[in-house]
Design a protein around this ligand. Structure first.
Ligand code: SAH
Length: 250
């Protein structure tokens, strides 16, 4: 029986991989990867490594059950099976479901943390999630409340200075309205970071009031950051590195 490594691939820039992730990717016999894992990262695999796409975007949807089953089956054939997931595998990535399934089926596995987009993307573009005198807390919620999900307790937004929303693009106008209803300020700045830490990175800044009345066009995957810290973006953005600066690890 082989071993399954559930590995966080970070938010996109290959240099944001951990050394552990790089080693495990280089040693992999087979890699199952998500939509959020960049091409540069897959280049690190051995030429004879089998690479399987199991993303969940429309058209090529791979159901979670079949990913779980594939991991178990592949562990019977290969020694090192790598399940590569965007960001950190245990942050909104269903990595925990995969780990539980492997545990239930007696498959040996290891979970490797990654830089989550939740903190990695804002920092990369120049939005600090906390800052003395501006924000002393941040909360993170999902904007996607599908079947089998817990209802998001949006009241959280009353108690944190900075709110980060993942998977919030589709419902962005509704989210804006909900946050205003819960008492957040219409003047508060909000930022969307589309494809952060990649060469296609794009930042869109607006206000909460405008998000609720006239939301800007944004494409997923994007992270939504709500709070006064977004004002710091104007001052910090030019000091930030760009994805093109990244070394090619090859
Ligand atoms: N496990 C991942 C999150 C998976 S949920 C992590 O820790 O980062 C997927 C959501 O994460 C996307 O819809 C988007 O909101 C956010 N996301 C992931 N990578 C991103 C990136 N490079 N840029 C912007 N948002 C990203």
């Amino acid at each position: 029986m082989g071993k399954v490594y559930i590995v966080g691939a970070g938010p996109g820039d290959v240099e944001l991989l951990t050394l552990k992730a790089v080693r495990i990717i280089r040693e992999a016999d087979v890699i199952l990867y998500d939509r959020l894992v960049s091409e540069d990262i897959l280049q690190l695999a051995r030429p004879d490594c089998e690479i399987i796409y199991v993303g969940k975007e429309e058209g090529k949807h791979t159901p979670q059950d079949s990913i779980n089953r594939m991991l178990v089956e592949l562990s019977k054939v290969y020694r090192r099976v790598v399940r590569l997931k965007g960001g950190d595998p245990f942050v909104f990535g269903r990595g925990a479901e995969e780990a539980l399934y492997l545990a239930q089926n007696g498959v040996e596995f290891e979970v490797v943390p990654g830089v989550s987009s939740v903190t990695g993307v804002p920092t990369y573009v120049g939005i600090p999630l906390t800052m003395r005198g501006v924000s002393s807390s941040f909360g993170v919620v999902t904007g996607h409340e599908g079947e089998g999900c817990y209802g998001v307790r949006w009241e959280l937004s009353r108690y944190v200075d900075t709110l980060v929303v993942v998977m919030g693009v589709g419902k962005r106008q509704e989210i804006g309205r909900k946050l205003l209803e819960l008492g957040r300020d219409a003047e508060e700045p909000v930022a969307f970071v589309e494809r952060g830490c990649t060469s296609k990175q794009r930042v869109v800044v607006t206000s909460l009031g405008r998000l609720a009345s006239d939301p800007p066009p944004v494409e997923p995957p994007a992270l939504l950051v709500v709070g006064k810290v977004v004002e710091l973006y104007k001052k910090l953005k030019d000091t930030q590195q760009h994805p093109e600066d990244a070394l090619r690890l090859g």
